[in-house]
Design a protein around this ligand. Structure first.
Ligand code: SAM
Length: 340
C-alpha cells in the first residue's frame, strides 16, 4: 500500500488515501450496558471504563465540534447503551447547537427509551435505531439475559410517538437462536411501521467466540424472508454510503434492509469514523490501532492540533476491514466499547 509520507500534503477534510470522506461520526457515550446479549459480552459484564477516563460532556462537545466543522454531517450516539449516560439529553442539545448543525441519530437497545423519547426529540435528536433480535419474550430473555422485551416495545412506541422517525429496528440473526423466526420479526415491524434491517454477526464479541461457519449470512436471511414475502431489490444506485441493501416487501412501500458486513463488505463506500467514550478516534470498527485525543486534549492541545490528529487517523484508514484475510486479527476492543 502506498502512503504519502508527508502529512502536510494531505488534502483537507476527513479523507483517506482511497478518496473516501468521513461524514458519519459514531460516538460511544459510555461502554456500560444494561443488557448482556450473549453474542456481545459475558453474563458478568466487562470491566467498565473508569469515569475519569471518559470524556466529559464539555470535552465530547469540543471534539464533536471539530469533526462537524471538518465535514461530518451526521452524529450517531451509541455505546454500550447510550441511554445510561445521565446527561444524554443535555449532550444532544449541545450537539444540536453546533454549527453547522449535524443530523443526530442514536442506536439504543430501547430499554428506558419510553421515559426520555420526547425529551430527546425536543433536545434535537432526529432518529433512532433500536436493536431488537427477537419478538419472542423467552428468546429475548435468553439472548439478552434480561427480561426486558416489554420495555423495548414501549421504547419503540414512544420513539414513534415522539417523531423520532423513521424508527428503525436492527436485528442480528444467530443460528439455533433466532434464525428460524426472522420472518416473525419482519411481520411484527411491518405491522407497526418500523423499518427493519438485519445485520450479519461480526467478529467483535468480547468473548472472541465468533465463528464464520455459524454466521447467518445475508443470503440466508433473504431466503428465509422470501418464503413469506416477495422481496424486490431497490436500485444499488440509491444506496450511496448506506450499508443496507434494501428490498421492497411485496411491492412496497415498506422495505427491509440486510447488511452484509461480512459476506459482502461495503468498505469502498464507507463514510464512517468513530469516537470512543474514552476519547480514541477509530477509522474503522475493525481497527487494531486508534488515535488518542483525550491525552492531548487534557494537556491543552488547540482545536487545530486535535484536528491534525483526527485527519491523520482518517488518512490511515485501510482499504477494507479484512475479515476474510488470513492475517485478520479481531480488535481488542469489543463492540460494546467501540459503539455499533
Ligand atoms: N446498546 C445499544 C444497542 O443495543 O443498540 C448500542 C450499542 S450495541 C453494541 C449496537 C449494535 O451492535 C446492536 O444492534 C447489537 O445488536 C450490535 N452488535 C453487537 N455485537 C455484534 C456483533 N458481534 N455483530 C454484529 N452486531 C453486533
Amino acid at each position: 500500500m502506498t502512503r504519502l509520507p508527508d502529512p502536510s500534503v494531505r488534502p483537507g477534510g476527513l479523507v483517506d488515501q482511497f478518496g473516501r470522506v468521513a461524514r458519519d461520526l459514531r460516538v460511544s457515550v459510555t461502554d456500560r450496558c444494561n443488557l448482556r446479549c450473549t453474542y456481545c459480552m459475558p453474563a458478568e459484564g466487562l470491566p467498565w471504563m473508569p469515569r475519569a477516563e471518559m470524556l466529559s460532556d464539555e470535552e465530547l462537545l469540543r471534539v464533536i465540534g471539530i469533526f462537524v466543522r471538518d465535514g461530518v454531517t451526521q452524529v450517531r450516539l451509541t455505546g454500550g447503551e447510550p441511554l445510561l449516560r445521565r446527561s444524554l439529553v443535555e449532550l444532544v442539545a449541545g450537539i444540536a447547537a453546533l454549527e453547522p448543525r449535524p443530523k443526530i441519530a442514536m442506536t439504543t437497545n430501547g430499554v428506558g427509551l419510553e421515559r426520555v423519547a420526547f425529551g430527546l426529540k425536543e433536545a434535537g435528536l432526529d432518529r433512532v435505531n433500536v436493536s431488537l433480535d427477537t419478538i419472542d419474550s423467552e428468546t429475548f430473555t435468553q439472548l439478552t439475559r434480561r427480561d426486558r422485551l416489554a420495555d423495548v416495545e414501549a421504547g419503540l412506541k414512544a420513539a414513534a410517538d415522539a417523531g423520532l422517525t423513521p424508527v428503525k429496528v436492527n436485528a442480528v440473526a444467530m443460528r439455533g437462536i433466532n434464525d428460524q423466526s426472522v420472518a416473525d420479526v419482519l411481520a411484527w415491524c411491518l405491522e407497526r411501521g418500523y423499518e427493519l434491517r438485519f445485520i450479519e454477526q461480526m467478529p467483535l464479541d468480547a468473548q472472541h467466540a465468533w465463528d464464520r461457519t455459524q454466521m447467518i449470512s445475508a443470503d440466508e436471511i433473504r431466503e428465509r424472508l422470501s418464503e413469506r414475502w416477495e422481496l424486490t431489490p431497490l436500485p444499488a444506485a440509491d444506496r450511496g454510503s448506506a450499508p443496507a441493501e434494501r428490498f421492497l416487501v411485496d411491492g412496497g412501500p415498506e422495505t427491509v434492509g440486510i447488511i452484509a458486513s461480512v459476506s459482502s463488505p461495503f468498505c469502498a463506500a464507507c463514510d464512517r469514523t468513530r469516537l470512543t467514550a474514552d476519547g480514541q478516534v477509530r477509522n474503522c470498527l475493525f481497527s487494531t490501532t486508534e488515535t488518542d485525543l483525550r491525552g492531548p486534549l487534557r494537556e491543552g492541545a488547540t482545536d487545530d492540533e486535535l484536528l491534525g490528529l483526527v485527519r491523520g487517523e482518517m488518512w490511515r484508514k485501510r482499504r477494507g476491514h479484512g475479515i476474510g484475510d488470513p492475517d485478520f486479527v479481531q480488535p481488542d476492543r469489543p463492540m460494546s466499547a467501540i459503539g455499533g
